[in-house]
Design a protein around this ligand. Structure first.
Ligand code: NAD
Ligand code: DAU
Length: 350
């Protein structure tokens, strides 16, 4: 049995990756390392928690000693590293958590892999999951390719860019077998309702205002989270050693057009008069340093590895809305005192 370490497996994307690997590869033992921050939730994995090939380890990647102990205990064959602080707005109010987890935490994992694998890198792989935000912000035209220069503009994206550089430096300096991917905005089930789509679904349902930063003309390229998980599976198994792959949805939307679409679908689902949810839209003070546009050129992964997104946006959005409407308990468990405190601080006076 191969032992594969997945970090951040209790989070949004990580939980979809863990589920895919557990079900598709019974010959792998998946060790999910997660410290369970506000964004980590074991409920995301309750359907696979009892599987024989699943192990959960509550651990903090900023704790080098603990990370080394886990490498010693499991003798990992591969690492898929997703654990991170992931919300841009939180990075603006509290950058240090992003520096610690995203940079120091990544280096702790790299050091452990280098040390425990050094006698024989054969068959080993360190896969670092990153974001399109490292490339900065696009104007009206152009796409991010794997060759685009890094130009991160928020503490979050700068911390992710830094970790990407360190992963590549460990390949160059120590010959660590690595692979990276940089993905666009994900959406789907189990996303914490601080991010645009789940926050808006929850607010529409509860007749609360939908806060749109600035004029709502910023553009994002949206990918269904299960498609990202399948791209990660493809890259982990077939990606070239040392390479980077951009992953995207070929699906650009302004925030305002996206929220209009969401409102219209939800009016139908909730049996409300057409147009009533759009009335909840409220323009609020813009995010500091708000990146204008992200868009991915995903031709390399399609040409070289045969991966492309499987879902049309409308279908993915419907599935996502249905999931949130059917899983009120999941949301109720999250919308605790802490979430309300965050929400008040984030949106009051905007
Ligand atoms: P998330 O915030 O939902 O989950 C992050 C997980 O990491 C949580 O389970 C959390 O408990 C865990 N974690 C945080 N700090 C930790 C620490 N110090 N030690 C151990 N575990 C820790 O994030 P997500 O949206 O699922 O993103 C996962 C990864 O994918 C991140 O690396 C992110 O940068 C990247 N990414 C996200 C998107 C997106 O649209 N969400 C797009 C591209 C790339
Ligand atoms: O592009 C990939 C990135 O996508 C990931 O690396 C990040 O981890 C992930 O959080 C996401 O970053 P964004 O900042 O693009 O996602 P968010 O959902 O926070 O915001 C999407 C857009 O919506 C962005 O232009 C800001 C805007 N927005 C967001 C919120 C939370 C609003 O207008 N109002 C809001 O209340």
């Amino acid at each position: 049995m191969k032992n594969i370490l997945i970090t951040g497996g209790a989070g949004f994307i990580g939980s979809h990756v863990v589920r895919l690997f557990i079900n598709k590869y019974p010959e792998y033992r998946i060790i999910n390392l997660d410290v369970l921050t506000y964004a980590g939730n074991l409920e995301n994995l309750k359907d696979i928690a009892e599987k024989d090939n699943y192990v959960f380890e509550k651990a903090d990647i900023t704790d080098a000693k603990r990370v080394n102990e886990l490498f010693e205990k499991y003798n990992f064959d591969g690492v898929i590293h997703l654990a991170a602080e992931s919300h841009v707005d939180r990075s603006i109010t509290n950058p240090m958590e992003f520096i610690n987890t995203n940079i120091i935490g990544t280096v702790n994992l790299l050091n452990a892999a280098k040390e425990y694998w050094k006698d024989n890198f054969e068959g080993k792989r360190f896969y670092h999951i990153s974001t399109d935000e490292v490339y900065g912000s696009l104007g009206k035209t152009g796409l991010f390719t794997e060759e685009t220069s890094y130009d991160p503009k928020s503490p979050y994206s700068a911390s992710k860019a830094s970790s990407d550089h360190l992963v590549r430096a460990y390949k160059n300096t120590y010959k660590l077998p690595i692979v990276l991917s940089n993905c666009s905005n994900n959406y789907g089930a189990n996303q914490f309702p601080e991010k645009l789509i789940p926050l808006s679904i929850n607010n529409i349902k509860n007749n609360k205002t939908i806060p749109i930063y600035g004029k709502g003309d910023n553009i994002r390229d949206w990918l269904f989270v299960e498609d990202h998980a399948s791209a990660i599976d493809t890259i982990y198994h077939n990606g070239q050693n040392g390479d980077t792959y951009n992953i995207g949805g070929i699906n650009e939307w302004t925030n305002l057009d996206l929220i209009h679409k969401l409102c219209d679908i939800m009016d139908v689902k909730l049996g409300r008069e057409f147009g009533s949810s759009r009335k909840l839209i409220t323009f609020v003070t813009d995010r500091a340093g708000h990146d204008m546009r992200y868009a991915i050129d995903a031709s390399k992964i399609e040409k070289e590895l045969g991966w492309k997104p499987s879902l049309q946006f409308e279908e993915g959005l419907e599935k996502t809305i249905d999931w949130y409407l059917d899983n009120q308990k999941w949301i109720d468990n999250i919308i605790s005192g802490d979430y309300e405190k965050y929400y008040d601080q984030q949106y009051k006076n905007r």
